[in-house]
Design a protein around this ligand. Structure first.
Ligand SMILES: NC(=O)c1ccc[n+]([C@@H]2O[C@H](COP(=O)([O-])OP(=O)(O)OC[C@H]3O[C@@H](n4cnc5c(N)ncnc54)[C@H](O)[C@@H]3O)[C@@H](O)[C@H]2O)c1
Ligand SMILES: N[C@@H](CCC=O)C(=O)O
Length: 514
C-alpha cells in the first residue's frame, strides 16, 4: 500500500483542466431535475414527499427532487441497520477498508463531475468545489489506512502465563447528520469513518444538498459496500432528526452543523430512553467565530491577503472562515485600507463561471440573516466594503467589511456564516490574544507575525482547535491538520486525525490464563 498523501488540487489555469470542468458541468446539467429515492437495505423507495434541491445561484434551476423519509421509514431503516450490524461488525477490517479504497478510486475518476455538482447544488466556485471533492477522497484514503493500523488493537503487557489483548470493536448503529457547506467531504468523511470501523449507518444529509449525497451512496454500492450498511434517509431535521437522535437503538450520533442543532442533539442524546441499554456517544462539530490576529511586526500584504481569502472564500460559509480580524494599532490603518482595496476587487456571481471569485449564499434564510447582520454592522462599526445583496435570481451578498468595531460587538461575537468580516484594533499583542479568545467558540485562528516569541505565546494562549501562523485560517488538510474545535465549536473530535476513528469504537480487553 502506498503511503497516504493528500489529493492534489486542480490547476484551472491549464486549458485542459478548464475544458474538463466545463464538460463536467454539462454532464451534470444533463441530469438535473430528476427524482431520487431514499435507500434502506439497498432497496430504493420513492416517496411523494420530496426535498427539492435548487441551485442557490439560480432559484429556478432544480438540481433534483429527493424522497423524504417519514418516521415510519426512519424506523424501518433503523431495524435494517440494527440487523445488518450483526454481520457487518464481523466483516474483516481489510474488507471494509477496501470498500473505501475502491470508492476513492471511483470518485477520483469522476472528480470533476462531483465538483461540478457541488458548483450547481451548493454554489461552490470551481476551486472550492475541487477542494471539497479532494477532501472527500482524502477522508476515504486516510480512514481506510487508519483502520488497517487499528485492526489489531493496541499493544498491552502480559505477565508470564497470561495473554492480554486490547482490541477496538464497533459501537452499533450510528446516525450521521451532515451539513451543506462541505456537502461532499464532510458527508462522505463522517459516513465512511463510521462504516469502516464496523458500524452501520443512517445518513441524514443536509436538506439543501441531498443529491450529491445520493450520488456518493451509489459510489459506495459500486465499491462493494453490502446493502444495509449505509442507509440513505433524507428528511426534515426536526422530524426524522429528532426521532433518530432519541431512538433507543441509536448507539452514536456523528453530527456536523450549527451550534443550535448540535447542542439540541447533545442534550437529547443525554436522555436514556425506554429500552436503551447504553449511553449514546455524540460527536458534534459545530460553528466558529474565527479570528486572524495581525501583529505590528507582520508582513502586512500577507496579513491583508490572508484576511480577505479566509473571509470570502466560498462567501464565508465555512466554519473555519475568518469572520473577525484583530489588528495591532500601529499597523491598523494600513491593513484595513489594503483589506478594503482587495475586497473591492473581488467578483461574485454564478459560480459556474470561473471568472467569479465567489458565488451565492445557500438559501433565502441565510441571505436574510446575513443582510440583517450587515444592518447591525452598519450601526456598530464603519462599513468600508460591500453591504449590498440581491436575492432576485440567486442569493448573492457582496463581500462585506465592517471596521472599527468594539471587541464585544455582535458582529464580532455571532457566527454570521456569510461574506462578512469584522475588524477591531488592539493596543498590543497580549490584548489581541485576549480579544481573539473572547467568544464562545474556539475553532480556527491565525496569527500573522514575524515575532517568534509571539508565535510561542499564541501557541499556548490562543484557544483554537486549529491555529495557523502566517497564513489564513481555512483549508485544513486531512492527515496533515486534523480538524475540530474547542468550547461551543464542538467536541474537538479532530476529523482527519489519527485518533478520529477510535471515537466510533469501544475498547475491549481480553485476558487469557495460559
Ligand atoms: N466544526 C465543523 O467541522 C463544521 C463543519 C461544517 C459546518 N459547520 C457548521 O455548520 C453550520 C452550517 O451548516 P448547516 O446550516 O447545515 O447546519 P444545521 O445545524 O442547520 O444543519 C446540520 C444538519 O442538521 C440537521 N438537523 C436540523 N435540525 C435537526 C434536528 N432537530 N435533529 C437532527 N438533525 C437536525 C440538518 O438537516 C442538517 O443535516 C455552521 O454553523 C458551521 O459553522 C461546522
Ligand atoms: N475543514 C474546513 C472547514 C470545514 C467547515 O466548514 C477548513 O479547514 O477550512
Amino acid at each position: 500500500m502506498i503511503p497516504y498523501k493528500h489529493e492534489p488540487f486542480t490547476d484551472f489555469t491549464l486549458e485542459e483542466n478548464k475544458k474538463a470542468y466545463e464538460e463536467a458541468l454539462k454532464k451534470v446539467e444533463g441530469y438535473l431535475g430528476q427524482d431520487y429515492p431514499l435507500i434502506i437495505g439497498g432497496e430504493r423507495i420513492m416517496t411523494d414527499d420530496k426535498l427539492v434541491s435548487t441551485n442557490p445561484a439560480n432559484k429556478e434551476e432544480v438540481i433534483g427532487r429527493v424522497s423524504k423519509a417519514s418516521r415510519d421509514l426512519a424506523e424501518k431503516a433503523m431495524k435494517v441497520a440494527d440487523e445488518t450490524f450483526n454481520t457487518w461488525r464481523k466483516a474483516k477490517p481489510e474488507f471494509r477498508a477496501d470498500v473505501l479504497f475502491k470508492a476513492a478510486a471511483i470518485v477520483r475518476r469522476r472528480k470533476h463531475e462531483f465538483s461540478a455538482l457541488l458548483t450547481k447544488e451548493a454554489g461552490k466556485p470551481w476551486n472550492e468545489a475541487d477542494a471539497d471533492t479532494a477532501e472527500g477522497i482524502d477522508f476515504l484514503e486516510y480512514y481506510a489506512r487508519q483502520m488497517l493500523k487499528l485492526k489489531d488493537g493496541m499493544p498491552v503487557e502480559s505477565r508470564p502465563g497470561e495473554y492480554n489483548r486490547f482490541d477496538y470493536i464497533p459501537l452499533g448503529v450510528g446516525v450521521v447528520i451532515s451539513p451543506w457547506n462541505f456537502a461532499f467531504a464532510i458527508m462522505a468523511g463522517t459516513t465512511v469513518a463510521a462504516l469502516v470501523t464496523g458500524n452501520t449507518v443512517l445518513l441524514k444529509p443536509a436538506s439543501t444538498t441531498p443529491v450529491v449525497a445520493y450520488k456518493f451512496i451509489e459510489v459506495l454500492e459500486e465499491a462493494g459496500m453490502p446493502a444495509g450498511v449505509v442507509n440513505f434517509i433524507p428528511g426534515s431535521g426536526a422530524e426524522v432528526g429528532d426521532y433518530l437522535v432519541d431512538h433507543p437503538r441509536t448507539r452514536f450520533i456523528s453530527f456536523t452543523g450549527s451550534r443550535e442543532i448540535g447542542t439540541r442533539i447533545y442534550e437529547r442524546a443525554g436522555k436514556v430512553n425506554e429500552g436503551q441499554i447504553w449511553l449514546k456517544r455524540v460527536i458534534a462539530e459545530m460553528g466558529g467565530k474565527d479570528t486572524i490576529v495581525v501583529d505590528n511586526t507582520a508582513d502586512l500584504e500577507l496579513a491583508a491577503q490572508s484576511i480577505v481569502k479566509s473571509a470570502f472564500g466560498f462567501s464565508g460559509q465555512k466554519c473555519s472562515a475568518c469572520s473577525r480580524a484583530v489588528i495591532h494599532e500601529e499597523v491598523y490603518d494600513e491593513v484595513v485600507a489594503r483589506v478594503e482595496e482587495l475586497t473591492k476587487e473581488l467578483t461574485y456571481g454564478d459560480p459556474s463561471d470561473n471568472a467569479n471569485f465567489t458565488g451565492p449564499v445557500i438559501d433565502q434564510a441565510s441571505f436574510d440573516k446575513i443582510m440583517s447582520y450587515i444592518e447591525i454592522g452598519k450601526e456598530e462599526g464603519r462599513l468600508i466594503a460591500g453591504g449590498e445583496g440581491d436575492s432576485s435570481k440567486g442569493f448573492f451578498v457582496a463581500p462585506t467589511v465592517i471596521a472599527d468595531l468594539a471587541p464585544d460587538a455582535k458582529i464580532m461575537q455571532d457566527e454570521i456564516f456569510g461574506p462578512v468580516v469584522g475588524i477591531t484594533k488592539a493596543k498590543n499583542f497580549d490584548e489581541a490574544i485576549e480579544i481573539a479568545n473572547n467568544t464562545d467558540y474556539g475553532l480556527t485562528g491565525a496569527v500573522i507575525t514575524t515575532n517568534r516569541e509571539h508565535i510561542e505565546q499564541a501557541r499556548e494562549d490562543f484557544h483554537a482547535g486549529n491555529l495557523y501562523f502566517n497564513r489564513g485560517c481555512t483549508g485544513a488538510i486531512v492527515g496533515y491538520q486534523p480538524f475540530g474545535g474547542f468550547n461551543m465549536s464542538g467536541t474537538d473530535s479532530k476529523a482527519g486525525g489519527p485518533d478520529y476513528l477510535q471515537l466510533h469504537m469501544q475498547g475491549k480487553t481480553t485476558s487469557e490464563t495460559l
